[in-house]
Write a protein of this length. Structure first.
Ligand SMILES: [Zn+2]
Ligand SMILES: [Zn+2]
Length: 410
């Protein structure tokens, strides 16, 4: 049995509190303060009947295969779902499929009203229900290209994001089916090549709202979502992803650390409820060249804020292309004590919002990351395709994962 590599193993620097509320007795107590304070893994109070980090894996055989694979080579994450969907050029009826042909859900009896004819074009997550064959084919294309990990089509499968389409009631089903499709694609690939395990990564997106920043420049105190609403959003999503068979959970494209903390809080509660856990990946987004997230953190601060969750990996994705991301991945790798992931965009978008970095160029850059010992998991974000993943896979093949180098050095 492999011992999982954890961020900051060891004992807590905090005294063990008798109850959560005693940690922060001030009247301004906010639920999110709970996850700042104690190292929950060291608590033995009856309030914590199951320590999240002491819980067994929900899928022990898959978790062990994952650890073994990570110890032996750099694993490939897939590329963009959206870029592949664009190739299909789906129109409104293409998005609706049969089930949503009239704009509303034919599977649920209801009184039709004006909202039943809303536009669904652009709701990529809905395709898991309306056009599952397309999503299945995209997963298969990435697995054929050499991806070890495929991300579920659930980036916007939260109430906050689905409210744009008034499809909040589908959130649970979107997550279950999203995970099921990715897991089934992995199972099919494993059947063809049993020596090589593949993993379905249950994706939790950032939502379109920020808990720590006002969307109104004239009203800095205003928020369009709060911590508890985000916890509720993520609880529903996590429940669906686990039910659908996700092997890993990934909080992705984190631009606001407080949103990510809400996701971690929901995950923690869900693991306790189920009496088991899944490996966790956290991936942040640097939103400009100053090297900070939207909520203002450097990569080091980002790691410190989230290390209590002991993720299997921490990393960066999206926003900048690989080359621009290098110093920030270096900073993270120098700081973090868990595995490192990166899945950059195919360069910076041009004036038309298109990503132009070729597979060869991106692979050359990422190979130099690998040669430097920065990577355990690598893939692509916006603009990347199976051609990118295949070329990156070939480029990094000869390089050892970062985790093994650290062991060698010790
Ligand atoms: Zn209707
Ligand atoms: Zn992206």
């Amino acid at each position: 049995m492999h011992t999982p590599r954890l961020c900051h193993p060891g004992t807590s620097r905090y005294p063990i509190p008798l109850s959560l509320r005693e940690i922060s007795p001030d009247p301004g107590f906010q639920p999110e303060h709970r996850i700042f304070a104690p190292d929950l893994a060291t608590l033995t109070h009856p309030m914590f009947p199951a320590m999240t980090h002491a819980l067994p894996w929900l899928h022990p055989d898959r978790a062990e295969k994952l650890e073994t694979a990570l110890d032996s080579r750099i694993l490939l994450l897939d590329g963009a779902m959206g870029t592949m969907l664009q190739r299909h050029g789906l129109d409104e009826s293409g998005y609706r499929g049969e089930r949503f042909a009239h704009g509303c859900d034919a599977h649920h009896e209801h009184e039709h009203d004006a909202s039943c004819t809303r536009d669904l074009k652009g709701n990529n997550d809905l395709l898991s229900l309306s056009r599952p064959e397309i999503i299945r084919d995209i997963h298969a294309a990435y697995l054929d290209a050499g991806a070890d990990l495929v991300e579920t089509n659930t980036f916007n499968a939260t109430r906050a994001s689905q409210s744009d389409y008034r499809m909040e009631d589908l959130v649970h089903e979107l997550n279950v089916e999203g995970a099921r499709l990715a897991r089934a694609a992995c199972a099919a690939a494993e059947k063809r090549d049993p020596a090589r395990p593949r993993f379905a990564v249950g994706v939790l997106g950032p939502t379109s709202r920020t808990a720590s920043i006002s969307p109104d420049v004239n009203d800095p105190g205003f928020r369009n979502i709060d911590f508890q609403q985000l916890v509720d959003n993520y609880t529903e999503a996590v429940d669906g992803l686990i039910e659908g068979g996700a092997d890993i959970l990934m909080i992705e494209t984190v631009f606001d650390t407080l949103n990510a903390k809400a996701a971690l809080y929901a995950i923690d509660a869900e693991f306790r409820r189920r009496g088991g856990r899944l490996p966790l990946m956290v991936s942040g987004t640097i939103t400009d060249r100053s090297g900070r997230t939207l909520s203002g953190q450097t990569p080091e601060a980002f790691h410190i804020s989230l290390a209590h969750a002991r993720p299997m990996s921490i990393g960066l994705n999206c926003a900048l292309g690989a080359e621009e991301l290098r110093p920030h991945v270096q900073a993270l790798a120098a700081h973090a004590d868990c595995r490192i992931s990166t899945h950059p965009n195919a360069g910076l978008p041009n004036a038309f919002g298109e990503y132009e970095e070729t597979p060869e160029h991106m692979a050359r850059t990422l190979e130099s990351f690998a040669a430097e010992g920065l990577l355990d998991i690598v893939g692509g974000c916006c603009g990347t395709t199976p051609e990118h993943i295949e070329t990156i896979a070939t480029a990094v093949r000869g390089h050892a994962p970062r985790a093994m180098r650290k062991d060698d050095a010790a």
